[in-house]
Design a protein around this ligand. Structure first.
Ligand code: FAD
Length: 519
């Protein structure tokens, strides 16, 4: 008999992983081999607009994990399955083949995934052979744990945060700290029958999700794989300062993955986060989103690390500190997962606010394509989209700017933007992406009011005051000199802003400047 841990795309780690830890404890208790199963499901990836970059990142991480696990005599076995409707049957037949007595997995909250897991449980019950355990793991605080006085889910962030904060702790998670299984002679002997699993390798690619060579190399440079890398990125964020205040002095494509310097800075990125996080022309945020989205590091580990750093039992996140602000970002991540779990309609392409279901959006293919390519004529929008196209990641402020530009200036359906983000981002995550898009489109929980429209030029002035970010990602503007409004106007002149709405935005720049030459 064996114990199986079914690893999913969102929990690609060994440490601080509840299902893996529970499976490992069970294996030790039963003196049984522990096996890890990973199912690649191309039809699900199509249905969920998964990016080839994210799939490639998954495979790279699986390879690292397979090697690490093999050293502990734990085989990781990958299967590719289509059609997705028969995936539960396939899992059950693998479990039967392995004579599994227990199956452990972390819960995925998307509707299709929940349905799949319910089916797996039903089939396991019918078989009477396998006991299934599915546990919460994705959030720092489980969905359902933080509710209003009426026992309802929060749909506004601030009260959610107030209720969420008292639950965070610097203690290791009791469900996730079983010791690594140390197989004894008996379980190694039993494992011999599974030795074929050790030999099977993680596939090089999933059909239909192959990356072009150049892109694959770019992704590998920007986003290295492995738990160690994720922890190094966290350490870099907590302990070292931003290399330079200006984009020109660092390479934004690779700076994020360099080894952390030994220096322990009092002015580290996290300490400066409150004041510098919205600066897009410097490397000020953690860049952990690809690792958090894939579960290569847990949100709990991030919170614990900030608490250790602040050397306190509780982080007072209401205090306006860098650490406090960063903890609040992790809370945003939890908030959107809770929303997804409590209001499943948001994962089915529907607005949270149903009254906005029938908005008539513009369907201008040319505008949509120009936005995707970073050719709108609005410098900060174009820089943001080109950054995302190039490195599979974008700063949060720029995500908000480009999203609002698509929805409220071009008046194009937010779902088309949400889909495109999923297709290109390496950190594409349904809950956070949907949350961000519905916030920008004013259709979601706790959204920006519908009448609030970012002025991309003013935003650009605030977020990229030197213009370095724009110069870097829009090379045709590299030679444009100056900063502030003058720079923006000169850039726009080169790119030619076309739509009337952009002209209106321009006219509302803080200082009155002669913009006649643009018309
Ligand atoms: P940091 O500033 O260092 O924050 C730390 C972590 O907190 C992030 O890694 C992330 O896990 C979480 N976080 C920060 N801001 C948010 C937020 N607004 N909402 C939810 N979680 C947050 N994030 C994704 O992980 N995947 C997505 O697909 C995604 N799509 C987005 C789409 C739009 C339109 C918008 C406005 C935001 C989106 N975000 C998404 C949230 C946010 O932009 C990214 O998490 C952040 O930019 C990642 O950079 P970082 O890791 O340096 O963040």
């Amino acid at each position: 008999e064996a114990v199986v841990y079914w690893m999913r795309m969102e929990d690609l780690r060994i440490h601080d992983n509840r299902a893996f830890s529970l499976a490992s404890a069970q294996a030790v208790k039963d003196n049984a081999p522990l096996l890890v199963l990973f199912v690649l499901s191309p039809q699900d990836y199509i249905a969920h607009d998964r990016s080839a970059r994210r799939i490639d990142f998954t495979l790279r991480n699986l390879r690292v994990m397979k090697d690490t696990l093999a050293k502990q005599h734990i085989p990781l076995y990958t299967i590719t399955h289509s059609p997705r409707t028969t995936l539960p049957d396939r899992v059950l037949s693998v479990l039967a083949e392995w004579k599994a007595s227990h199956l452990f997995a972390n819960i995925e909250y998307e509707v299709d995934e929940l349905r799949r897991d319910i089916k797996v449980c039903e089939l396991a019950n019918q078989s009477g052979q396998v006991q299934c355990t599915f546990v919460h793991d994705k959030c720092v605080i489980n969905p359902g744990k933080v509710t209003t006085k009426e026992n309802k889910a929060y749909a506004v962030y601030s009260p959610f945060l107030r209720a969420w904060l008292p639950h965070i702790t610097d203690k290791p998670d009791p469900l996730a700290c079983a010791p690594d299984p140390k197989p004894n002679d008996l379980s190694i002997h039993k494992l011999a029958i599974y030795s074929g699993l050790f030999d099977s390798s993680v596939p090089a690619f999933v059909e239909g999700f192959e990356l072009k060579l150049e892109d694959a190399e770019q992704m590998r440079t920007c986003w290295k794989e492995g738990e160690d890398v994720a922890h190094a990125m966290l350490s870099r964020f907590l302990h070292t300062r931003s290399r330079a205040s200006q984009m020109g002095a660092v390479d934004p494509l690779t700076e994020g993955v360099k080894e952390p310097q030994k220096e322990q800075s009092k002015n580290s990125r996290v300490v400066k986060y409150k004041d510098e996080r919205d600066r897009v022309n410097a490397d000020t945020t953690s860049r952990l989103s690809p690792y958090l989205a894939a579960g290569i590091i847990s949100g709990r580990a991030c919170i614990r690390a900030t608490m250790e750093l602040s050397n306190a039992k509780k982080v007072d996140a209401s205090r306006d500190t860098g650490i406090g602000r960063w903890v609040q970002e992790i809370a945003w991540r939890d908030f959107y997962v809770h929303v997804l779990a409590h209001f499943p309609r948001v994962s089915m392409g529907r607005p949270y606010q149903e009254k906005f279901s029938n908005v008539q959006w513009e369907t201008n293919e040319e505008h949509l394509q120009a936005w995707k390519d970073g050719r709108t004529g609005v410098p900060i929008v174009d820089a943001g989209m080109r950054q995302a196209n190039k490195m599979g990641w974008m700063h949060n402020r720029v995500r908000m700017i480009v999203a609002m530009y698509l929805v409220k200036d071009l008046m194009i359906d937010w779902r088309l933007g949400e889909k495109y983000f999923m297709e290109i981002l390496i950190d594409g995550d349904l809950a956070s992406n949907n949350g961000g898009w519905q916030w920008s489109a004013s259709t979601g929980v706790d959204p920006v009011p519908y009448f609030r429209i970012f002025n991309p030029y003013i935003q650009s002035h605030k977020a990229d005051p030197t213009g370095e970010y724009i110069r870097y990602f829009v090379p045709e503007l590299a030679k444009v000199k100056g900063k502030g409004e003058n720079f923006i106007l000169r850039c726009t002149d080169v790119l030619t802003a076309t739509c009337q709405r952009c002209m209106n935005h321009l006219q509302r720049l803080p200082k009155s400047l002669d913009i006649l030459h643009l018309s």
